[in-house]
Design a binder for this molecule. Structure first.
Ligand code: GLV
Ligand code: MN
Ligand code: MN
Ligand code: MN
Length: 405
């Protein structure tokens, strides 16, 4: 099984990789995305699977007639800007390698099996993460999704049409969802919990509630060399104070808050900015803590904007409620994966996943594969080759058990 994994991994690795940063820039419906989608279709067909594109652009590679009560596994191939190689692709390549292993053993699953690739998991281009599964489950309306724009003002509908798909058809797909009996996503661990254990593979218990907010600070552009400090309406100042307030709010609530993306207009060294647009990513172990963080950031930002004669408008871009994965499924998988050594470690995460969105509709579980440094959403993200293979072996056993192969 490791040969299939290694061969698929090697072919995928150069696609969408930036020459100087070494990070991945695989953004939905762009050229690198087309390459990785073609790679998936070709690879799945070579394994004898039938590949379909659903109405929202997600890819499904079926072993056996589609549904009902199918066992489905997969992840995503899009990346954050300069992301790592494993976040998403590890789950897709492992899923294909696990299917190849089951086929190679000559086993015939009693339930249909499918490998999926979900679109726009990171929300890196259009702002809303897990857009493919949000659309599939009806968690976002087709109208809102169609109108989401990227940094250049291209809409989701236009970008999808540019990739040859029909954006008129996007939206909830209860028929397709109804064919899914269970979904399992394998993912690189994005923290350091497994690195402290002897276990290469763990099982997810929960995903923290989280969300993304946009803050638009609007002031007055003016000359950097002639405008007295007292005469300025500089939106950079409340922005800077908000970054610090977010850090303090997270600290006070045992939570996480990040401002990792900012657009400054007009972005000139010798001009006071007219506008600073910033995005807040906040996550917490409980809904109450998340609310507390966001309220504290919001009031600090408003106070600071008023102090500096700047206006502030805020928008909720996406909300992801807390998710507890199916307990019986999780315990069954942890026992199976852990084997004679006892149950595999069970851990929560602050990272969002398609599996979490799907858990509102179907029993869902996640496998995490050890990451030696915990680094993720960065080019240095890593999984040891032996652990990649351990992940495939674990997923193979899980699929065999669930599909009755
Ligand atoms: C997605 O990877 C997220 O949780 O940011
Ligand atoms: Mn990610
Ligand atoms: Mn991911
Ligand atoms: Mn994610």
């Amino acid at each position: 099984m490791s040969e299939v994994f290694d061969r698929l991994w090697e072919r995928l690795a150069p696609l969408g990789r930036h020459r100087t940063t070494g990070g991945y820039r695989r953004f939905s419906w762009g050229p690198a995305d087309a390459e990785v989608r073609a790679w998936f279709t070709e690879s799945a067909r070579a394994l004898g699977l039938d590949v379909e594109t659903d109405r929202n652009g997600n890819l499904w590679a079926w072993w056996g007639a589609p549904g009902p009560d199918a066992v489905v596994t997969g992840s995503h191939l899009d990346s954050v800007p300069d992301g790592g190689a494993y976040d998403g692709p590890l789950g897709v390549v492992s899923a294909l390698a696990a299917v190849a292993e089951l086929r190679g053993r000559g086993l015939r699953p009693r339930r249909p099996l499918a490998v999926t690739v979900f679109v726009e998991e990171e929300g890196a281009r259009f702002g809303v993460p897990c857009l493919g599964t949000r659309l599939l489950t009806g968690a976002i309306t087709p109208d809102r999704a169609a109108r989401l724009t990227d940094a250049e003002g291209t809409t989701w509908a236009a970008a999808m049409a540019g990739a040859g798909l029909d954006p008129e058809r996007i939206g909830a797909d209860p028929d397709l969802l109804g064919r899914v009996g269970v979904f399992v996503e394998l993912h690189v661990e994005q923290g350091r919990a497994l690195a402290r254990t002897d276990a290469p593979v763990g099982v997810a218990s929960a995903v923290w509630p989280h969300g993304r907010w946009r803050l638009d600070f609007a002031g007055q552009a003016d000359h950097a060399g002639t405008t007295r400090l007292a005469d300025r309406n500089d939106p950079m100042l409340p922005f800077a104070e908000t970054v610090l307030a977010a850090r303090a709010a997270a600290h006070a609530n045992d939570a996480l808050a990040t401002i990792g993306k900012v657009h400054v207009a007009p972005n000139g060294t010798n001009a006071i900015p007219s506008r600073v647009r910033a995005w807040l990513d906040a996550r917490a172990p409980s809904e109450a803590a998340l609310r507390a963080v966001v309220q504290r950031v919001d009031s600090a930002a408003r106070r600071s904007a008023a102090d500096h004669g700047v206006t502030l408008a805020t928008y909720l871009e996406s909300a992801s409620p807390v998710v507890h994965f199916d307990r019986a499924l999780r315990d069954r998988i942890a026992a199976l994966v852990g084997g004679a050594a006892g149950p595999a470690p069970v851990l929560p995460t602050g990272a969002g996943h398609d599996a979490a969105v799907l858990s509102s509709a179907v029993p869902t579980a996640m496998l995490f594969v050890r990451n030696p440094t915990g680094l993720s959403h960065a080019p240095e993200e890593f999984v040891e080759p032996a652990d990649r293979h351990a992940g495939v072996a674990a997923l193979t056993e899980v699929l065999a058990e669930l599909a009755g192969a």
